[in-house]
Design a protein. Structure first.
Length: 320
């Protein structure tokens, strides 16, 4: 298949582009390198540099594109509350341009990179797809708005689409992993302590209503996530918009993640308790039963040790 991967220089997008190339697909990466890394784009992919809205028309006009995997987005929760205009423009605005280009050029298969942030603060866990969507931040709101637009295009124009709502993506796949210009995510930050780039890790609150008082998250391996995208693309149905949660189904606290990183790296990783971070929920755990039952998704790297080992293999070889 010929597949366009928007945001194919970002973390999840570059892993998916790499897997698609390995599986023999013809991949076109679109990225403007606002947050992505040039090195992360697989060498075998065709690279079109630019914003989605600016270049998608010319890419789809080639006429032989079978599907689009749409990752290009801004994705930092805190930043989305400070500069919401950039999130509405770059997430919703660019996605609407993509949907229009797909309609005009008759490309009807879409896999959309969505987020657990669409659910907001859930009343209970695990979170299933029928939970109310009530995002507590602009990032989640932009992703949810795109879902509404996708649903309309499916109903009116026969688009076949799947939105995948990720929980906490982590790990690495070979030479591609988390390497952001500005890092805010827990596992890469902890591992930066082990490489000497950072002195300690701050634990954002130890008074949460969780077993050890630190926040609990569901970590999913980025390579397992890539499999779900491929399965979604292969099983998309005309006029249907499917939504799936993707997690490992297990929750780990911040303290447990730090401890696992100590074991894997052999570094003492000093930690210090700091105030809670605004907008953080106490616990987020996915039910991925629907993805397993309906997509046939079988995540195989669900234990935290594997996730941290793969992340460490990647992070430890980066230039500091
Ligand atoms: N944390 C710390 N110290 C740090 C960084 C994070 O204690 O230095 C804590 C956070 O407070 C949170 C947990 O570690 O409790 C995980 O934080 P991350 O920043 O790694 O991830 P988030 O859970 O905030 O958000 C991630 C993605 C979102 C997505 C969400 C869905 O970044 O895009 O998972 O679960 F919406």
């Amino acid at each position: 298949m010929k597949i366009v991967v928007t945001g194919g220089a970002g973390y999840v997008g570059s892993v998916c582009a790499t897997v698609l190339v390995e599986q023999g697909h013809d991949v076109v990466v679109i990225d403007n390198f606002t947050t992505g890394n040039r090195d992360a784009v697989p060498a075998q992919a065709q690279l079109v540099e630019g914003s989605v809205a600016d270049v998608i028309g010319q890419v789809l006009a080639q006429g032989d594109v079978d599907a689009v995997f749409h990752f290009a987005a801004r994705s930092l929760v805190g930043e989305s509350m400070e500069v919401p205009e950039e999130y509405w423009r770059d997430n919703l605005g660019q996605s609407l341009a993509l949907l229009e280009a797909m309609r005009i050029h008759g490309v009807k298969n879409l896999v959309f990179s969505s987020t657990a942030a669409t659910y907001g603060e859930p009343a209970t866990t695990p979170i299933t797809e029928d939970f109310p969507t009530a995002p507590t931040n602009t990032y989640g709101a932009t992703k949810l708005s795109i879902d509404y637009a996708i649903t309309s295009y499916c109903q009116a124009h026969g688009l076949a689409a799947t939105s995948l709502r990720y929980f906490n993506v982590a790990g690495a796949y070979g030479s591609v992993g988390e390497n952001r210009k500005i890092e805010t995510h827990l596992i890469p930050l902890i591992l930066q302590v082990a490489t000497g780039k950072r002195e300690d890790i701050k634990i954002f609150g130890d008074d949460w209503p969780t077993p050890d008082g630190t926040a609990v998250r569901d970590y999913i391996h980025v390579r397992d996530l890539a499999d779900a995208h491929v399965l979604a693309c292969e099983t998309n149905k005309p006029s249907v918009h499917r939504i799936f949660n993707l997690g490992s189904g297990d929750g780990y606290s911040v303290s447990q993640v730090i401890e696992m990183c100590r074991e894997v790296t052999g570094h003492p990783i000093p930690a210090e308790v700091a105030p809670r971070r605004a907008g953080d929920p106490a616990t987020l755990i996915a039910s991925s039963d629907k993805a397993m039952n309906e997509l046939g998704w079988k995540p195989s790297r669900t234990d935290l040790r594997t996730i941290v080992e793969d992340a460490w293999a990647f992070t430890s070889q980066l230039d500091n």
